[in-house]
Design a binder for this molecule. Structure first.
Ligand code: UD1
Length: 379
């Protein structure tokens, strides 16, 4: 029996682990798996609601680490996770994505001689000021099995000297989850509840420290979007850290609370709490365009065929620009405005879906792990 610990910590991890758990369950006679939640995200709206929407099992172990500075959070996860590993002694730890929990659990496992698989390996923004880039680099240099989403990630790893037999191009688990839930999400009336018309609104998300921790940058972006929202409604499900900064900088007046009364809206800049997976997917698939600084949303819009403007100077997911509908424009309000206008006046934007973003990445990963059973120390 192969004993695996799957790790999640923050919101974008939940949709990545879901297809893996499903695929592991299909091989219950060969794989015994536990789910550890580090507790990096702890609000119901950032965590529990996703477990419900995605049908994820309740975590077997919750480390309840919570928020803190990077060092405190990372160290907290390491101390708590080490105890779990010493008790459970798994053959393999599976980490996903690039959050602090991903790196913390990788380091802890490797120092105990336990093998690590990294799902979504090889993504690089080449921007070392991003905490996620540091997490990605540390995780990939240590991991034993590197599961990649596209050929650019493979190339990055090759250039960094990772041997070919550690790299497995399997596709995109986040897209497994999107494809598995697309139909259910399309049957909801989320956008109508918010008073929005099909393809008649913009969805926005923003939470990166580089965009929200600086008053001038945050107010510059919000003011220019306020202007744009006179012509097309913008709905902004707001991350807790962004809301905190909006309040700290006294920028609340630029936004108005969204209501779910369903009155038809033709304009306005509306803010709402973070939404669950299905509601948010419904909003995205019916929007005219998505404005974001998220990583995963660049991929999801690529598959949905919805234009995406990424308010960052770079992306670790260049395939979404190369093949998809993503435009990386930085956070200069004028550049963002210009791109929004360009997209709103061009109705025919199209993209392609990258190879192996087909809903089967989770199954491919589990197949690789089963083939590696001997190398992982099981019989
Ligand atoms: C983290 C990830 C980021 C990911 C994002 C998705 C790292 C370095 N960053 O960023 O890659 O895109 O999650 O959301 O791991 N907070 C709450 N409730 C929560 C969680 C957070 O209020 O449940 C607030 C706290 O004020 C906290 C702040 O958000 O201090 C930041 O949380 P943290 O997990 O450190 O980073 P994120 O910005 O969420």
């Amino acid at each position: 029996m192969l004993k695996v610990i799957n790790v999640v910590g923050a919101r974008p991890n939940f949709m990545k682990i879901a297809p893996l758990i499903r695929a592991m369950d299909e091989h219950a006679e060969e794989i015994d798996h536990l789910l550890v939640h580090t507790g990096q995200h702890y609000d119901d709206k950032m965590s529990k609601f996703f477990f419900d929407d995605l049908g994820l099992p309740k975590p077997d172990i919750d480390l309840e680490v919570g928020s803190g500075s990077h060092a405190r959070q990372t160290a907290g996860v390491m101390v708590a996770f080490e105890k779990v590993l010493l008790r459970e002694r798994p053959h393999l730890v599976v980490v996903v994505g690039d959050v602090n929990s991903t790196m913390a659990c990788t380091i802890t496992a490797k120092k105990l001689g336990i093998k690590v698989a990294h799902v979504e390996a090889g993504l690089r923004s080449r921007d070392i000021t991003m905490p996620e880039e540091i997490n990605r680099l540390c995780t990939d240099v240590l991991a034993d099995y590197l599961f990649t989403t596209d050929y650019i990630a493979d190339r990055n790893l090759h250039r960094e000297g990772v041997p070919n037999d550690k790299i497995f191009f399997v596709g995109n688990v986040m897209i497994d989850t999107l494809l598995a839930h697309k139909k259910r999400a399309s049957q909801l009336d989320t956008y109508r509840r918010f008073g929005l018309g099909k393809h008649g609104y913009i969805v926005m998300t923003m939470h990166r420290p580089a965009n929200v921790d600086n008053r001038d940058i945050l107010s510059g972006i919000l003011k220019s979007l306020k202007k744009i929202s006179a012509d097309i409604p913008i709905l902004f499900p707001c991350h807790p850290r962004t809301l905190k900064m909006i309040r700290t900088f006294g920028l609340e007046k630029l936004l108005q609370p969204a209501t779910e009364k369903g009155e038809k809206l033709l304009s306005g800049f509306f803010v709402t709490e973070p939404l669950g997976y299905l509601d948010f997917l419904n909003l995205n698939m019916n929007s005219r365009l998505v404005l974001t600084d998220s990583g995963g949303l660049q991929e999801e819009t690529t598959v949905l065929g919805v234009p995406c403007i990424t308010m960052r100077p770079n992306t670790e997911r260049p395939i979404t620009e190369e093949l998809g509908t993503n435009h990386v424009v930085g956070n200069d309000p004028l550049a963002v405005e210009k791109k929004i206008h360009a997209i709103l006046t061009n109705r025919n934007e199209q993209g392609k879906i990258p190879p192996r973003w087909d809903g089967k990445a989770g199954q491919r990963i589990v197949q690789v792990l089963l083939n590696q059973k001997q190398a992982l120390g099981t019989r």
